[in-house]
Design a protein. Structure first.
Length: 244
């Protein structure tokens, strides 16, 4: 494993998943010892799924005080929770249904509602949990990187990226028009730790652009993830790192 600042390169995607699970466990323990709970915003996509499966497996499951963990979501598609496209379904199958987490600690985004209504209701849920603060502060945010530079459901050129008041916003996937909701950029950037997971050679070109921080007319959404008062880690495999 090579370490280039906060960019960690692993040989295989399995090692990325393992390292992410290890950091999840460490972050959970230190958060729980400091403030008695651990709040995490989860990513969808295929890359983090392996991490969730590991967390639910024998090696990691008993190392997390699940009753103190609060699982939130970074983004969701406007689909029912049993759809193959639902982030909730993926996380439920790979993690939630396999660990002893109280149902009240699982804060899902409602996919089966109108996007605006769902964004408002999730914001209300966050406010009732985090209280009267400017922005919620997650202990950990997990993110993936799309080939167009998107992260969460913050897509290039969309208004959602400029949101500076609402905590949760409705948006659309630009190519398909599919409705999504996503945490707003200031929420991601208020986290204590943001951890990107990126694997596969199809991500090599966009990762090189994002990490080079090349300034263009419009920054890529993933380049705007810069925790103001927290840390930013990139866990990537060699295939994704091949153009760095
Ligand atoms: C999602 C996320 C999205 C994802 C990236 C990378 O729910 O799919 O919104 O931002 O993290 O598109 O996805 P992969 O890990 O599947 O490549």
């Amino acid at each position: 494993m090579d370490k280039i600042s906060n960019v960690l390169v692993f040989e295989t995607p399995e090692q990325v998943a393992e390292a992410a699970a290890e950091r999840f466990v460490e972050c959970a323990s230190s958060s729980i010892s400091k403030h008695e709970s651990f709040t995490v915003a989860l990513a969808g996509g295929t890359t983090p799924q392996h991490t969730y499966e590991l967390l639910a497996g024998d090696e990691f499951r008993n190392r997390v005080a699940w009753s103190r963990v609060h699982l939130f979501f970074g983004d969701e598609r406007m689909v029912s929770p049993d759809s193959g496209e639902s982030n909730y379904r993926m996380v439920n199958e790979s993690l939630i249904s396999r660990v002893a987490i109280p149902q009240n600690n699982v804060h899902r985004m409602i996919g089966e509602a109108a996007a605006d209504e769902s964004a408002r209701s999730y914001e209300a849920e966050l406010k009732s949990f985090f209280g009267a603060v400017d922005w919620p502060r997650f202990d950990l945010v997990l993110l993936g990187l799309g080939e167009d530079g998107h992260t969460g459901s913050l897509f290039p050129g969309k208004d959602a990226l400029k949101e500076d008041k609402r905590w949760v916003v409705a948006t659309r996937q630009p190519q398909t028009g599919q409705e999504r909701i996503t945490l707003a950029l200031p929420v991601f950037n208020n986290a204590r730790l943001v951890m990107f997971m990126v694997t596969g050679k199809e991500k090599a070109a966009i990762l090189a652009r994002v990490l080079a921080r090349v300034s263009t007319a419009e920054e890529l959404p993933a380049q705007k993830i810069r925790p103001a008062n927290g840390a930013l880690d990139w866990l990537i495999d060699q295939a994704a790192a091949s153009a760095l």
